[in-house]
Ligand binder design. Structure first.
Ligand code: UDX
Length: 475
């Protein structure tokens, strides 16, 4: 059962709530803001979440298993690019935000623990929950007082139940030989995070909704207190429903993208315009305009991994989900169909100089994980192209991740350098700065003015009027 409410009138009517009588003083500490929050895992979700809680006035302890990340943070630097994050770290480090080496210490000193560790995928697609388990075991051995343990990482349904069981199991193991067994004082909850990379702080400040999967009144009251300054509807459910909401949301959004990408291919075949089709269907409030931008496919750390994990979860319960398999298949074919377009434009790729604008999986981030741009870049390199690469943020990441390519990739400081003597210019990430390029300058730099736009950044007629041979997606 789920209840959507404004936070001031939060109500919950589940049938079997567990209440921990010793949790009252924890709730009091949260109410009078003397409780600490611990963020366990300081990646793309954990670090923005931590600093956002600092902005809300909380004292936050941040822990991570990577000594490198802790070292970078302690120096006052952020380990990845995210707009506004550096400024918040500088503002709060050592005052409200404390980087803690010892995970156990962070757990002992905090009342509310947010699990934000990675849930990477295994080869078979299922979510690898070993980091979640490891944190749960650390919590078990550091239960010095009541704790509310909140899962924020994207996890398959029933993970919170396993976190509960793990904490119980390992804290029991700890109690061996105790004369009187004391039930460990904690609750588990699930409050999945919906933030987007590149817009993380905005999304934390202005969430569409907050999902609170809970099992006790105290957990609900604590989360309500923590989120009370956020003017967003709160959906209260049990933990498994909360976990499922996150997987279902990501899968649905990826489905919209694969759908519009197939429509784009059809538009190309019949001479229609996919952007207009997207506008036309998006005006229907039952469909909505978001996530209908055709292109070279979705990437990043979340969609591909979460889709596979969701399919795997369904199969674990004996349910096939071919719809979502097809979402993945369509997405995986996007890079190949873009490469075909490039080959059609250039005829022979080998030996040609190609400028590439955009390497991150989307604008606003330096993240190239599962980036469709990178798939295209590697394939072109294999086909013998000479690549001049530009991205406003991602190049340092490429240098670190592909040291073996250092002599093959030509890294460019600006987009015009990438266009110099190029036989084609590819637009692969829709960074806003690419929209305002000086097109005359670009054309004059190029050997042949061919542009293949994988994100429909430009209008076909204005590109043709500007003297380009222009190819885009679904138009
Ligand atoms: C996503 C979800 O949006 C977020 O709610 C969740 O918490 C994490 O996963 P993120 O991976 O940061 O966020 O990126 P998002 O903005 O959703 O874009 C994902 C991919 O889809 C990108 O590669 C983007 O270019 C692509 N995309 C997005 C499209 O191709 N077309 C669209 O219309 C929208």
């Amino acid at each position: 059962m789920a209840t959507a409410v404004r936070n001031s009138t939060l109500a919950f009517h589940a049938g079997h709530l567990r209440t921990n009588p010793r949790a009252g003083s924890a709730l009091e500490r949260v109410r009078n803001r003397t409780a600490n929050i611990a963020i366990l895992g300081l990646g793309h979700v954990g670090l923005p979440t931590a600093l956002n809680f600092c902005e809300m006035g909380w004292q936050v302890l941040g822990a991570d298993s990577s000594p490198e990340i802790l070292e970078i943070l302690r120096r006052g630097d952020v380990p990845f690019y995210e707009r506004g994050l550096q400024e918040l770290l500088t503002k709060h480090l050592g005052l409200k935000f404390h980087v803690v080496d010892d995970l156990g210490a962070a757990i002992r000193q905090a009342t509310v623990l947010f699990i934000c560790v990675g849930t990477p995928q295994r080869e078979n697609g299922e979510a690898n929950l070993s980091q979640v388990e490891s944190v749960a075991r650390s919590i078990a051995s550091n239960l010095n007082d009541y704790k509310l343990v909140v899962g924020k990482s994207t996890v398959p349904a029933i993970t919170a139940q396993w976190v509960r069981r793990t904490i119980q199991r390992y804290s029991h193991a700890h109690d061996n030989g105790a004369i009187e067994f004391v039930e460990p004082e904690f609750d588990v909850a699930s409050s999945p995070e919906f933030l987007r990379e590149g817009a993380a702080l905005h999304d934390l400040l202005h969430p569409d909704r907050i999902v609170c999967g809970i099992e006790s009144d105290v957990a609900r009251d604590i989360l309500q207190e923590i989120y009370k300054t956020t003017n967003a509807p709160i959906l209260v459910t049990e933990t498994s429903t909360a976990e499922l909401i996150k997987h279902a949301a990501n899968s649905f959004l990826s489905m919209k993208i694969s759908f519009i990408n197939m429509v784009a291919d059809l538009c190309e075949a019949v001479g229609a315009d996919v952007d207009k089709v997207a506008d036309g269907i998006g005006m229907d409030p039952r469909i909505g305009p978001g996530f209908l931008k055709a292109g070279i496919g979705f990437g990043g750390y979340c969609f591909p991994k979460d889709l596979r994990a969701f399919i795997h979860l369904a199969e674990d319960y004996g349910l096939e989900f071919p719809l979502l398999r097809e979402v993945i298949n369509i997405n995986e074919l996007r890079a190949e169909s873009f490469l075909k377009k490039v080959r059609r434009a250039l005829w022979v790729v080998q030996g040609k100089t190609i400028g590439v604008l955009g390497l991150a999986f989307k604008p606003g981030t330096d993240d190239t994980r599962e980036s469709p741009s990178m798939r295209i870049v590697h394939a072109l390199l294999e086909q013998g192209a000479i690549l001049q690469l530009h991205d406003p943020k991602a190049i340092p990441n490429l240098r670190t991740n592909f040291p073996e390519r250092e002599h093959e990739f030509v890294y460019c400081d600006d987009p015009y350098q990438a266009a110099r003597r190029a036989h084609a210019l590819l637009l692969l990430t829709d960074w806003p700065e690419y929209k305002s390029l000086d097109l005359d300058r670009i054309r004059n730099f190029m050997e042949v003015p061919v542009v293949v736009d994988g994100r429909n950044i430009f209008e076909p007629t204005s590109m043709e009027n500007a003297g380009f041979e222009y190819y885009s997606i679904g138009r």
